[in-house]
Unconditional design. Structure first.
Length: 239
């Protein structure tokens, strides 16, 4: 006496999807207080696989996640009154560059001046100006930034933030993103003494985490039940 394994495969597929959603939801929750962090979701596709080679009638339907879009919705602004905190309201990202020359996009404008006067982020990566050069400032002179992103000292422009926008981006960690779409014309204002909050709702993500965790447990329990049924069917077949 045999058993149809298709339900087991479908449940395993569902459990895998639930695990992927658990991972993304947990990541969103972990960054609910990270300035400039953007929520990540999972986009689903369905993969159809024939039951048997050459059989086009019986099809397994497996759901898979093939994309992790970043939700670029604006986060609220939090006032810090710190002169090196900057928030973008509208489109676009700051551009930072690491020691290897790799460039990243970020909405986290929590910046610092290093010992050489370079404007850097928390990871020590340099912030780039509109010409693609590192922003260098005099630490002994007050810094004032206009809403257009122009940095002034002694009432004279010394640099301008490079702020670029894309139709979509991909996360790479540490609130950094890479372009994943076409470049667009940004419409923005830069606010000095502010940081942009994450656009993640902690309450919604917690509810999602509970629901997906329950779903994962259900898939696991059903697979165990089917496995027990298979064992009993073999015992009946040997009787």
């Amino acid at each position: 006496m045999g058993i149809n394994f298709q339900p087991i495969y479908i449940l395993a597929s569902g459990a895998e999807r639930a695990k992927d959603r658990l991972d993304k939801t947990a990541n969103n929750l972990a960054n609910v207080n990270t300035p400039g962090f953007k929520k990540i979701i999972l986009r689903e596709m369905t993969q159809n696989i024939p039951n048997n080679p050459g059989d086009s009638k019986e099809i397994f339907h497996f759901a898979r996640f093939n994309d992790t879009p970043v939700i670029l919705e604006q986060g609220s602004l939090k006032k810090t009154d710190r002169s090196l905190d900057f928030a973008i309201q509208g489109d676009g990202f700051f551009v930072v560059q690491d020691s290897s020359g790799n460039q990243f996009l970020t909405r986290n404008g929590h910046f610092f001046l290093d010992k050489d006067g370079y404007l850097v982020d928390r990871q020590g990566n340099t912030v780039l100006d509109k010409s693609g050069n590192p922003v260098v400032l005099n630490p002994d002179i007050d810094i004032v930034v206009t809403e257009e992103g122009i940095i002034t000292q002694n009432n004279k422009p010394v640099a301008e933030f490079q702020i670029i926008s894309y139709s979509s981006v991909s996360p790479v960690g540490n609130s950094y993103y890479k372009p994943n779409g076409t470049q667009t014309q940004p419409s923005f204002k830069v606010f000095q003494g502010f940081l942009e909050n994450s656009n993640v709702s902690g309450i919604r993500e917690m509810i999602e985490l509970i629901e997906v965790n329950r779903r994962f447990d259900i898939y696991g329990n059903l697979m165990k039940a089917l496995d027990q049924l298979e064992q009993k069917s073999h015992e009946i077949g040997r009787a």
